[in-house]
Design a protein around this ligand. Sequence first.
Ligand SMILES: [Zn+2]
Length: 86
Amino acid sequence: MRHIKVGYEIVCIGDDSFHCPHCGKVYNDEKYCDRINRNKSGYTRVYCECRKLFDVVADSSGKLHGVLTLKQVMELETDIYNKYYE
Ligand SMILES: [Zn+2]
């Protein structure tokens, strides 16, 4: 998020921005916000340039966050489980 000083007020812009949880690529595009608004489940899926999927969710203040998909989280948990509990 960028902060721009306008007079005595600080205006925050870039609430539509989020980044890929895999490679960190920053997205700043209203179209994802529109997609989430149209989609009743409250998130949309992005296929990143790094060839991995991630979900974009909007929090209660309308800010977007790039997060791992449920499947990726489950895979991660399996990985961790295999590493530490075998
Ligand atoms: Zn990526």
